[in-house]
Ligand binder design. Structure first.
Ligand code: ZN
Length: 102
């Protein structure tokens, strides 16, 4: 039998008894690619790429290994699900209240 626990509070969730909510988060690049500048692939850029490849092979350059897109799946208990829906990005709710006119 598969065991589940809340990914926020850690509570063990009984698969048949406890309410369990699944959150799927997908992060992708939203920027639309622009047109390539004219002459972008001319000899100068090929030389730059050759230098970069040499540096990579020599280990002088660190690659940025943050994935371009990622899908994450979480299980939540009922109370954490409620809190998540109220503040999905983890913004500071107290800070918002300070700007209200009441
Ligand atoms: Zn929870």
């Amino acid at each position: 039998m598969q065991h589940f626990s809340c990914d926020i509070c850690g509570k063990t969730l009984n698969p048949t008894g406890d309410l369990r909510y699944r959150v799927r988060m997908e992060v992708t690049v939203a920027t639309e690619p622009g047109p390539l500048p004219i002459g972008d692939l001319d000899q100068d850029h090929l030389d730059e790429m050759a230098v970069m490849l040499e540096e990579l092979e020599a280990g002088d350059t660190k690659l940025d290994l943050v994935p371009v897109s990622k899908t994450m799946v979480y299980d939540l208990c009922a109370p954490c699900h409620r809190k998540f829906l109220a503040n999905p990005l983890g913004r500071d709710i107290i800070q918002k209240a300070q700007f209200s006119s009441n």
